[in-house]
Design a protein around this ligand. Structure first.
Ligand SMILES: *Cc1c(COP(=O)(O)O)cnc(C)c1O
Length: 375
């Protein structure tokens, strides 16, 4: 189930001139969002996120136009805030009082925060191995949180049973149409920040693929509204080689994916062994002349660290995966050096405590530090 709009009606007021005067948050695109009554909007600071040029890394790779869309600055620290802002607002508008959802952590955190503001009851089921921080955020925000000894798909099964038994609103990915609408705003922002000229390539760390599906809808609707040339960016789905069902299906030319056994990666946000919308993701990759590529965990962590060291960007491992993918894409000639490339850092580095364990000197209060002359 997907939302549909009267785009020509929306286009009457969704103009560049009007946008220039609107607040810098995702509600600036309200004509193409599903909340009907502005009074129903649940807002906690879902600001437009920065699109920043990666000068140092771009130069090192010989790329003149390498940008990062940094979603780590959203409420709860990930781009899941977009889906939650719109999903919770619309749920409240529909009279929902309680919902349930499976999550790898970040969606649960975001939906818990928005649910708290909206006064909705949240039931969140996540893998026991999900990053502990997301669990804390849910609890802090008053959600009921459950940990399952399994993966996100197992959490999904438990949610489905709870939904059937207690009549809860099912906020699972693609079980309600509004979360995608929120994630669509990622595409709106990229389009606007690129001066209404779609970038050539968007590199996206892909789990359930909602961000990809949302972005494609965004570019399509903007083109229909006359705000953008009807040219799609090439979408690149990035996964970890520890969980790469979309990449496998892509390489085999399949229209759907099969369950990835033994899924395991440091980039927990993309540890999704079988996405419900896999057929949509694969179709988007094909239609946009994109690709799906896998990078391994060591590479992910190395590039996460490069983003911090070379650019001061505190990215999540998923952001590192996107950068690692760009290196591969350049090497294989899939992207050329003069193309405009946007990598999406889907969350803050603060979300996951994983990463390279730092070995640092430990001092006593009276100790001094010694800095070698070579530094
Ligand atoms: C959820 C998530 C993803 C994957 O997003 P999808 O839209 O489900 O593909 C990537 N990175 C982070 C940090 C996430 O939380």
């Amino acid at each position: 189930m997907l939302a549909r709009y009267d785009v020509s009606l929306a286009a009457r007021t969704l103009t560049r001139e009007n946008l220039a005067r609107r607040p810098r948050d995702l509600w600036r695109y309200h004509e193409l969002l599903p909340v009907r009554d502005p009074a129903r909007i649940v807002a906690i600071g879902e600001s437009v996120t920065p699109l920043t040029r990666l000068d140092t890394l771009g130069n090192a790779l010989g790329l003149a136009h390498l940008y990062i869309k940094d979603e780590g600055l959203l409420p709860g620290g990930s781009f899941k805030a977009r889906g939650a802002a719109v999903g919770v607002s619309r749920a409240r508008e529909l009279g929902v009082s309680a919902f349930a959802m499976p999550t790898n952590g970040n969606a649960g955190a975001a939906w818990s925060l928005y649910a708290a503001k909206a006064g909705l009851q949240a039931h969140i089921v996540m893998p026991a191995r999900a990053p502990l921080l997301s669990r804390s955020v849910c609890t802090l925000a008053g959600a009921r949180v459950y940990a399952v000894n399994g993966l996100i798909n197992d959490a999904g099964k438990i949610v489905a049973k709870a939904v059937a038994k207690y009549g809860l609103y099912d906020a699972s990915t693609l079980k309600e149409p509004y979360r995608i609408e929120g994630k669509k705003t990622l595409g709106f922002e990229i389009a606007e920040q690129c001066g209404w000229e779609p970038p050539d390539v968007i590199v996206y760390p892909t789990g359930g693929g909602v961000g990809l599906i949302g972005m494609q809808r965004a570019f399509r609707e903007l083109a229909e509204a006359g705000l953008l040339k009807p040219r799609m960016p090439r979408f690149i789905a990035v996964q970890s080689s520890g969980c790469a069902p979309i990449v496998r299906a892509w390489e085999q030319g399949d229209a759907v994916s099969t369950q990835w056994e033994g899924a395991n990666t440091v980039a927990f946000g993309i540890n999704v062994p079988k996405a419900l919308g896999d057929f949509l993701i694969l179709r988007i990759l094909k239609e946009s002349a994109g690709a799906a590529i896998a990078v391994d965990d060591a590479d992910i962590l190395h590039h996460q660290s490069l983003l911090a060291r070379r650019e001061g960007i505190y990215a999540s491992p998923e952001g590192g995966a996107a950068l690692a993918a760009v290196v591969d894409l350049v090497r294989s000639g899939t992207v050329s050096r003069d193309e405009r490339i946007v990598i999406v850092n889907t969350g803050s580095g603060a979300l996951e405590s994983g990463g390279i364990p730092a070995v640092i000197p430990v001092l006593e209060p009276d100790d001094e530090i010694s800095i070698p002359a070579s530094l």
